[in-house]
Design a protein around this ligand. Sequence first.
Ligand code: KIV
Length: 273
Amino acid sequence: MSVHVNKEVKKVTTHTLQRMKAVGEKISMITAYDYSFARLFDEAGIDVILVGDSASNVMAGHETTLPITLDQMIYHASAVIRGINRCFVVVDLPFGTYQANSKEALASAIRIMKETGAHAVKLEGGEEVLESIKRIVAAGIPVMGHLGLTPQSIYKFGTYTVRAREEAEANKLRNDAKLLQEAGCFGVVLEKIPAQLAKEVSESIIIPTIGIGAGMYCDGQVLVMHDMLGINTEFKPRFLRQYLNLYEQITGAVKNYIHDVKAKDFPNDKEQY
Ligand code: KIV
């Protein structure tokens, strides 16, 4: 089977993503938080980089995504933007910057767009955040939704287990996906929900769905870079495919370096001036 990697496209836009869904080409998305990795992922041909608030976990070491601030997200997103050429960059609005009211949500989204050069923002929730989404979209800023397991609400859920297994929650999610589309979202992340529900939702809306732990029927997939590259070895959910074991490779390389320094083998006479 030949797999199409979208490298000939000059710049990925919301229209590119819409077209990819329409023709059945899957969308590839990965998180990044700095210049160097963004550059690698862009050169590899990734369609979308998400500057996720998972930076709170994987970059800052917090247990949840709640502590990260708007200034910190802006710092990460600005670095990512300096590393890319063609992919589309979406930035998470962090917890506490859009829930209070739609004016505050718009002000937060504007700061991200003005101060980073990113292409879109993402926020979590359905009906509860609809006014904010409409206001941001009306200002000309593309918005991506996020339904299912929404980590900013972890203390409401209590656990990181699969969401929307019960009919009432599944029905709310079906309805929220339609509301997000009507409000003008260009896409929606579906996190940790049953594959059949994700299939139903993906078929019921024309905007692309991007899954993480939501199965094979989504229009695209997203993974956190630290998980798929094996930098985080403790996190092994069923949905994760680990493409590298950087933990082993990096600790191995650094152990070799320590050994060479201690053994007075590094630097040698060719490695000095
Ligand atoms: O913050 C993040 O990395 C995310 C993904 C899990 C979708 O929102």
